[in-house]
Design a protein around this ligand. Sequence first.
Ligand SMILES: [Zn+2]
Length: 76
Amino acid sequence: MQIIRFEVGDTVELKKPHPCGTKEFKILRVGSEMRVVCLGCGRDMNVDRIKLEKATKRILSSETAEKGTAGIPSKD
Ligand SMILES: [Zn+2]
């Protein structure tokens, strides 16, 4: 199984939809326990990382991907 690298700000698509019908969640906090918010209804919840890895279909977008390898985002 592929290891998924979750990062704060990522939007992930899960295999099973939330009761509101949305499969997309945004990651608010990472760790052994993750915090995600449903993009459909705005409800946030804590999920074990293992459970989230198994439930994740794919990562839709990553805010950190745009920063490249510089590491530090520039501010105007
Ligand atoms: Zn929802």
